[in-house]
Design a binder for this molecule. Structure first.
Ligand code: KIV
Length: 281
């Protein structure tokens, strides 16, 4: 795909067929959204991981629809080319098709998302079908699904044993049959991700799922070194937290030492005549 071409679902599908890897990152605000777009990232996801990475919650469970819409709007203003996907927060789609359509519709109508993502396997197939029928493109998410952390018993690797691996394959097939256009595969063995990717016509986007998915997604704060967690599958390309801290300390030191602001470089002056008048009242 050309660098300035708008990314669409059919174009992403064509990338899978052509074997061209798809890139995806999370963004939660306008500046990072612009940078992702400029870097040529194909899918920008406003993940519910905004909960931990920006809002200071301990898990993704507390983040609300209003908070997700607020961040999605900001990202929308920064993204021109990439496909923008909004992540449906916990319990915003779990009760009924009506609830899911109403909330997914808000991502599209009020925040400018082009698709939504929701967590869950075969149990969510009916919901995905209802959303698709309503004209809403859906990205599924299976494997480690952080909204179900209590049921899963933690954030460990999923699908290592045969029954669970079979279940994940069945989940993937059910979501494809329901009309999802893509699936996030999180923290599953690479062999299982490869098998699912081969079996599906729709896109697989891996995170901690090895190199054989159709695309990769990372949490931008992990990649940039802004999150505190050290995660095996999240390669850190930069230690931004350290750079920011150094800059803040330097700023503080310079103000304390009266080295910032400087008169010539950082200050504004006025005519002496005006100063004289003010001084003489
Ligand atoms: O919320 C998020 O950041 C996600 C990614 C891990 C895919 O769901």
């Amino acid at each position: 795909m050309k660098a300035d071409e708008k990314v669409t679902i059919p174009k992403l599908q064509a990338m899978k067929v052509a074997g061209e890897p798809i890139t995806s990152l999370t963004a939660y605000d306008y500046p990072l959204a612009q940078l992702c777009d400029r870097a040529g990232i194909e899918i920008v996801l406003v993940g519910d991981s905004v909960a931990n990475n920006v809002l200071g919650y301990r898990s993704t469970l507390p983040v609300t629809m209003e908070e997700m819409l607020h961040h999605t709007r900001a990202v929308r203003r920064g993204v021109r080319r990439a496909l923008l996907v909004g992540d449906m927060p916990f319990l915003s789609y779990n009760s009924s098709d009506e609830q899911a359509i109403a909330n997914a519709g808000r991502f599209l109508k009020e925040a400018g998302a082009e698709a939504v993502k929701l967590e869950g396997g075969a149990v969510m197939a009916g919901r995905v079908e209802a959303l698709e029928r309503a004209g809403i493109a859906v990205m599924g998410h299976i494997g480690l699904t952080p909204q179900r952390v209590s049921q899963l018993g933690g954030y460990g690797v999923q699908g290592r044993d045969e029954p669970r691996a079979r279940q994940l394959l069945a989940d993937a097939l059910a979501l494809e049959a329901a009309g999802a256009f893509a699936l996030v595969l999180e923290k599953i063995p690479w062999q299982l991700a490869q098998l699912i990717t081969r079996r599906l016509k729709i896109l697989t986007i891996g995170i901690g799922a090895g190199p054989y998915c159709d695309g990769q997604v990372l949490v931008s704060h992990d990649l940039l070194g802004l999150s505190e967690l050290k995660i095996k599958f999240a390669k850190r390309y930069l230690n931004l937290a350290e750079l920011i801290e150094q800059a803040l300390v330097s700023y503080r030191q310079e103000v304390k030492a009266k080295e910032f602001p400087l008169l010539e470089e950082h200050s504004f002056s006025m005519d002496q005549e005006v100063i004289d008048k003010l001084a003489g009242q």
